[in-house]
Design a protein around this ligand. Structure first.
Ligand SMILES: Cc1cc2nc3c(=O)[nH]c(=O)nc-3n(C[C@H](O)[C@H](O)[C@H](O)COP(=O)(O)O)c2cc1C
Length: 378
């Protein structure tokens, strides 16, 4: 199979993974309207083609919060990536380090933070979900400090788990889920051997060490739903701050009022995101909300963004709409599932090449210049 874009990796991931895992990555909440809108609205953003600008080369490097990156990209936190490829989070973090971009480890990773931090040549970032058990939260933050985590990404758009119909249909949840997953795994022998057998243990590494049997990958969705803390509010941020001396980036802000409140609460950076359409189906797309948020907060907040990014041109579009860095979610997960570390390195190269050519055709030579002046009268 010829792989020339992130979408080719999606097709390859579909072939390799048992259905419940592919649908878990690919699907969204409810009727998947927000998931579809993320992609459609972003792709409808038109860029301003310029000529005779003499851009001989493009510099894709950038810097946020004291961290240098060779591309304006980050690997988004993706729960359970260790089920997509053997010790998937380790492979993802190694690829990110090799390409010079931050890797954000999910709280709900298969590989525990110590395993990933030790394997990565670059300090990792940690994504935090607020679980009800404050003892676990204390423990997680202490382990993050001991693992030299660079920045904390605190996800705030999951006080409850979005309802995802696809997961019930595929066997990720729903009746006879374990039996259905087993049958699907047997139908994908390459995955079953490489990941199902050789990629053990499949526990949620960060959680299981502390909570023991209280939260297991086998009952993943049910257990997340039961363990996330719905009381999350702005005072929770103070609780986290008291236990985390470094920077905190809030992930999952989608509304101007919330963004202004974040500024008021002393937040430096947010990820404008609707969780890739996996939480509130019916929420607006990120492409629609990002410019409003950028207008509302000006230079008071550093804006990252994700949701619906499938090519380097989509990255350019989000930069032009106000983001300073873009997280790759599914685009990363498909490549990891299809081809492990090499796939992730390859997809990062593809994004870099597409972004570089896109910037040249817009007449811009550096990431800083990829601002709203690059939009063509949308
Ligand atoms: C399979 C999957 C698992 C995810 N797990 C997490 C997670 O553990 N923590 C989190 O903050 N976001 C999680 N997300 C959301 C991503 O970090 C990111 O916001 C989203 O994928 C961006 O949308 P896109 O995939 O359309 O680019 C997950 C997304 C997917 C697809």
């Amino acid at each position: 199979m010829i792989v020339s874009s992130a979408l080719d990796y999606r097709a390859a991931a579909r072939r390799r993974l048992p259905r419940f895992l592919f649908d878990y990555i690919d699907g969204g909440a409810g009727a998947e309207r927000t998931l579809a809108a993320n992609i459609a609205d972003l792709q409808s953003v038109t860029l301003r083609q310029r000529v005779m600008q003499g851009v001989e080369s493009v510099d894709l490097s950038t810097e946020w919060l004291g961290v240098a990156a060779s591309l304006p990209l980050l690997i988004a936190p993706i729960g359970m990536s260790g089920m997509f490829a053997r010790r998937g989070e380790v492979q993802g973090a190694r690829a990110a380090a090799k390409k010079g971009v931050p890797f954000i480890l999910s709280t709900l990773a298969v590989c525990p933070i110590e395993e990933v931090a030790a394997a990565s040549a670059r300090p990792i970032w940690l994504q935090l979900y607020m679980l009800k058990d404050r003892g676990f939260m204390e423990n997680m933050l202490a382990r993050a400090r001991a693992s030299n985590v660079e920045h904390l990404v605190f996800t705030v758009d999951l006080p409850a788990l979005g309802i995802r119909y696809r997961d019930a249909h595929s066997g990720m949840s729903g009746p006879f889920a374990a039996q259905r997953r087993l049958l699907q795994a047997l139908a994908k022998p390459a995955w079953a051997f490489d990941v199902g057998l050789m990629g053990r243990p499949h526990d949620l590494g960060n959680v299981v060490a502390y909570l023991g049997g209280a939260m297991k990958q086998q009952n993943y969705l049910r257990d997340i739903a039961a363990n996330v803390d719905p009381t999350l509010d702005w005072s929770t941020l103070d609780w986290v701050r008291d236990r985390w001396p470094g920077r905190i980036i809030l992930k999952g802000v989608l509304d101007e009022t919330d963004a202004r409140d974040a500024v008021r609460c002393g937040v430096e950076a947010i990820v404008v995101s609707n969780h890739g359409g996996r939480q509130l189906d019916g929420a607006p797309s990120v492409a629609r909300m990002l410019p409003r948020i950028a207008d509302a907060v000006g230079d008071d907040l550093l804006l990252f963004a994700d949701s619906g990014v499938r090519s380097g041109l989509d990255v350019l579009r989000l930069l032009a709409l106000g983001a300073k860095g873009v997280l790759l979610g599914r685009a990363y997960a498909y490549a990891l599932a299809a081809a492990g570390q090499g796939g992730v390195e390859d997809v990062l190269d593809m994004f870099a090449a597409e972004l570089r050519v896109g910037m040249m055709l817009c007449g811009v030579g550096e990431v800083r210049g990829a601002d709203s002046s690059r939009l063509s009268g949308n």
